[in-house]
Design a protein. Structure first.
Length: 253
C-alpha cells in the first residue's frame, strides 16, 4: 500500500514525542490534548510507572518493551468507531510480522485486538476517549508490545518477541508501527472501509470455529467462536443461536 503526501493520515501528518520515564503514554496524550494539541501525535516512553491495561488492570512496563500512544481527534463519526480496535491490531500485526523468524509460531489476533504469538499475548491495546470543550472527541490508542520482558503474573499465556527469537529494539519496532498505523488508518477511511478491515482481520484471527468462553462484566458465556460480523462484533454460537457481542474478554477452551 502506498501513502500519498498531505492526506489526513499520510506519513508526514504525524508528529512523535519520545519521552524517557512517564506515568503512562496514554496519560501523556490526554494531558497534551487538554493543553490544546491538535492531534496526530505519537508519544512513546522508555518506561511507564503507571501503565494501564484494559478493565483497570496494571500494565507491567519495564524498559526494553514498546510503550506508545497515538492521539487522534475525531477520527470517525461515533457510529463508525467500533472497527478502530480491529484496524489498530492489524497495524501491530503488520509491524511485528516482518521481524519474526520463519519458524516462529503463528502470529494471530484474539478478538478484538490482542496480538498473540503461539496463542500467547505479546501486545495489548487500550483505546481511551474523551470529549473536548469544543465538542470534538479525542481518541488515544495505547499500544504495549512485549519485546524483552513479559509479566510473570498474568492470568493468561504471555510471551515476548525476544522469547520468540526476534531481536529488535523498541525504537526500530516503533518506526515500523508508525508506518503501518498510517497505512491502516488511511485504508480504514474514517471507519468507512469496515468491510476491508474485517476481511483482513478474519485472515489473521485466532481460533475461528473453536470453543471459547467470553467473560462479560456480569457473566460468562461459552460457545463456538463463529467469527466476526461486518461491524466487527464477535459472533458466538451458543448452540441455541448466535449472539453478537460488542465487548468482553475471550478465553480459548
Ligand atoms: C491490555 O490490557 O491488553 C491493554 C494494554 C495497553 C498497554 C499500553 S502501554 C502504552 C499505553 N499506555 C498505557 O498506560 N497503556 C497502553
Amino acid at each position: 500500500m502506498r501513502l500519498g503526501r498531505g492526506g489526513r493520515y499520510s506519513l508526514d501528518a504525524f508528529r512523535h514525542e519520545a519521552l524517557g520515564e512517564v506515568t503512562s503514554t496514554n496519560t501523556e496524550c490526554l494531558a497534551r490534548v487538554r493543553q490544546g494539541d491538535p492531534g496526530n501525535l505519537w508519544v512513546t516512553g522508555d518506561r511507564q510507572t503507571a501503565g494501564r491495561g484494559r478493565r483497570g488492570r496494571a500494565w507491567t512496563s519495564e524498559p526494553g518493551n514498546l510503550y506508545a500512544s497515538l492521539l487522534l481527534i475525531d477520527p470517525a463519526p461515533a457510529e463508525l468507531l467500533g472497527s478502530l480496535p480491529l484496524a489498530v491490531s492489524l497495524a501491530v500485526h503488520g509491524a511485528i510480522r516482518s521481524f519474526l523468524p520463519p519458524a516462529a509460531e503463528p502470529l494471530e489476533i484474539k478478538w478484538p485486538n490482542d496480538v498473540l504469538i503461539g496463542r500467547k499475548k505479546t501486545c495489548g491495546i487500550l483505546l481511551e476517549s474523551e470529549g473536548l470543550p469544543d465538542l470534538s472527541r479525542a481518541v488515544v490508542i495505547g499500544i504495549g508490545i512485549n519485546i524483552r520482558h513479559r509479566p510473570d503474573d498474568a492470568p493468561y499465556g504471555v510471551t515476548s518477541l525476544e522469547e520468540q527469537g526476534c531481536n529488535i529494539s523498541a525504537h526500530e519496532l516503533f518506526s515500523h508501527l508508525y508506518r503501518e498505523m498510517a497505512e491502516i488508518l488511511d485504508l480504514w477511511d474514517e471507519g468507512r472501509a469496515v468491510a476491508e478491515i474485517t476481511r483482513r482481520w478474519r485472515q489473521v484471527a485466532c481460533g475461528i470455529g473453536q470453543p471459547i468462553r467470553v467473560n462479560l462484566p456480569d457473566r460468562s458465556i461459552d460457545g463456538r467462536f463463529a467469527g466476526i460480523d461486518d461491524r466487527g462484533l464477535l459472533l458466538l454460537d451458543t448452540g441455541h443461536g448466535t449472539q453478537a457481542i460488542a465487548a468482553g474478554d475471550v478465553f480459548y477452551l
